[in-house]
Design a protein around this ligand. Structure first.
Ligand code: ZN
Length: 359
């Protein structure tokens, strides 16, 4: 439970606070706190199950393909002729694998993609079965067989990831960002416990609202309790509506990097599990590019002592969390978790945005 602070957890928290203190943000005069106007999957931890467990959790067709390297008949799967906007995840473990924008009609009768949707989400292996030399594609998390990759795909990659529909699940994309109506844009970040992420972004001028919720999983309308098991594949996220005229996506990214440790895989301090993974869910190609660029730059400059493990994935459906999790910090600021974990992070945000202690 997040509200209990054992000695181990306190030690981890102190280390996290130290880490955050060491990391200083290059001063960006453009980010302002509210009231001071004018002034980011990686789920590659392996999932191992016994053959018996796989048989229990998968349908017989999924089992035949994922665990026994089977192939569905061409033109029979549910996704070869599927054109909705969204993301495809592993039917075995829920890891995000492919994005609809990389899907193309190959005429083969199997869903075909130019490239994986997320770095390191698939692994490739030589397959000499059936008297041919092919490259097998597996889910990097559960080792499930997905299909093969061939060199006859379209530009720019020239690759064709030929994947079995039965190895995939599909989630529709989050509602498109409306740029005209209210002039606001949407950003979605997973940075560990969403109570912290919420409180940090709420501080910024130009941020109109922050809602916490769940994204990137394979269960419809998950509850907090389900997400906490780590088995739904969702990350705890903060979804931010912001005015791009007052605060840019790059500014939000700067805050994202300082409110958590993007180098620890599937954990933030004492919070451990894929639901706490560091992830940027992009809503536009521009956000994707900005996120990848920022990650590369911080790694190149060795801003952190270890490589950044932040997953950069296309946004999927956002499920708003229960009311008791919204504005958690402002409603519970005296609680031990808020004092020990959230308050120091907010101080870092204030310091990074011109060193003010005022809100
Ligand atoms: Zn998998």
């Amino acid at each position: 439970m997040k509200t209990e602070l054992g000695p181990y957890r306190l030690a981890v928290l102190l280390l996290s606070a130290l880490f955050l203190a060491v990391y200083t943000l290059a001063s960006r005069q453009s980010i302002a706190l509210k009231g001071r106007r004018g002034g980011e999957s990686n789920m590659t931890k392996k999932l191992v199950k016994s053959d018996g467990e796989w048989q229990k959790t998968l349908t017989s067709e999924q089992y035949r393909i994922l665990r026994k390297c089977g192939t569905e008949r061409a033109f029979t799967g549910k996704y070869w002729d599927h054109h909705e906007d969204g993301v495809y995840s592993c039917a075995g473990c829920g890891q995000t694998l492919f994005a609809s924008e990389d899907k193309f009609d190959s005429g083969s009768g199997w869903p075909s993609f130019r490239e994986p949707g997320t770095e390191n989400s698939v692994s490739e292996h030589t397959d000499n079965s059936l008297g041919m030399s092919r490259t097998e594609v597996k889910c990097s998390r559960c080792g499930g067989h997905l299909g093969h990759v061939f060199n006859d795909g379209p530009k720019p990659t020239g690759l064709r990831y030929c994947i079995n529909s039965a190895a995939l699940n599909f989630s529709r994309a989050d509602k498109p960002v409306k740029k005209i109506d209210d002039g606001l844009e949407t950003a979605t970040f997973g940075a560990g416990c969403f109570w912290c992420t919420d409180a940090a972004f709420e501080l910024l001028d130009g941020v109109e609202s922050v809602k916490v919720g769940y994204m990137g999983g394979h269960v419809d309308k998950p509850t907090y309790k389900q997400v906490c098991t780590g088995r739904t594949g969702h990350a705890e996220v903060a979804q931010i509506k912001y005015d791009p005229k007052r605060v840019s996506f790059a500014d939000l990214l700067d805050i994202f990097w300082i409110v958590h440790d993007p180098t620890t895989l599937n954990r933030q301090g004492g919070d451990v599990g894929t639901q706490y993974r560091s992830v940027i869910f992009y809503h536009t190609p521009e956000q994707k590019e900005a996120a990848e660029k920022a990650k590369r730059k911080l790694d190149a400059e060795k801003k952190f002592q270890r490589p950044i493990v932040t997953e950069i994935t296309k946004a999927s459906e956002f499920f708003e969390a229960e009311n008791c999790h919204q504005d958690y910090y402002s409603n519970n600021s005296a609680a031990p978790y808020c004092q020990a974990v959230i308050a120091p992070k907010l101080k870092n945000v204030r310091d990074a945005t011109q060193g003010t202690r005022q809100r």
